[in-house]
Design a protein around this ligand. Sequence first.
Ligand SMILES: Cc1ncc(COP(=O)(O)O)c(C=O)c1O
Length: 381
Amino acid sequence: MQWALSDNLPSSGIREILNLALQKPGTIRLETGEPDFPPPPHILEAYVEASRSGKNRYTATEGIPALRQALSHKLQAVNRIKRAPEEILVTPGGIPGLFLAFMGTAGMGTEILVPDPGWPDYLGGMVSLGIAPVPYPLAAPDYLPNLDTLTRLLTPRTRALVLNSPGNPTGRIVPEPLVRRLCEWADEHDLWIISDEVYDQMVFAGTPTSPARFRPDRTLSAYSFSKTYAMTGWRLGYLAGPPGAIASLTRVAMGAWSSVSEPLQYAGLAALEGPQDVVDRMRLAYLRRRNLSMHILSNLGVATSNPDGAFYLLADVRSAHASSREFALNLLQEDGVAVAPGSAFGQEAEGWVRISLASSDVNLTEGLTRLGQRVKGAVRR
Ligand SMILES: Cc1ncc(COP(=O)(O)O)c(C=O)c1O
């Protein structure tokens, strides 16, 4: 019997390091993008309380009304976009929302422009849908999209542009005037914008601008509770878009996951309605670690990115004269430090490695010192 899915779905270069790190106890883990904080206690309590009080049933596929209403307020207050509750679909995390966005905007045999360097998990979803991801470069040191380059990459099959701001792994926030120009450009070329805003509240400098502000009718924006409230394993996110698109994708969600866990949706409501200083405390911890990490690496002569948000730092290891994958494998095997190779994020980040700031100050200090010494040692040899 034939299996319908391609055997060639992309695998993740971050996973390779992660799997090896798991086999090596004592490894300093700087490779994964997962908050090292627990979910705030009042959110946990809300989950337990909802479940205890009998909220353990299927809900409407689009989400419970109170949560969609609260999300509509959040989008207005934080992201400065107007989305009515009917324009929001609650999803089991950010990635399922993105998967639906790919499915709704592009079909088999079409193309979507994706950032390079960019988050590799976009690719598996697209390829499984028969969509070809077409990388567009975000070149150091700015890591910003360039309109001429994007135009050169267009073909009659291009359907959508993925923007990710603040970006993983670059940490870059696309400035508002450029977001506006990208929206005009997408209009000219009849493209959807799929805006990945899962790091919208992990910001160190500047303010992210949602393209839906300028182009609500042709933008789908994906959000998540994973990073903002340290709820990665709980799987809660939401997709906002024009009402027709959300209604259509709700029908897909009905046949894919039916509805998101009911107590979890109440926990999400508590997250939105409860104190927001929990978000700020985590954000400030990442900011402090960003500054600490940049300081350590700069003292060791290693150039880095200068992220505006998210919780990653790119370090330039080109002078180690190895591919980023070889460098990451050697750093893991010989120095006991796990980082993600730049090649996992596309061609543009080859020669760089990504460091996750979602780790303790102690781990960052020790891990980055070993990384810097490996780069310096290679230069001396
Ligand atoms: C850029 C980006 N988008 C989306 C996600 C998806 O997050 P989740 O599915 O946990 O909401 C991640 C997670 O690492 C990410 O880095």
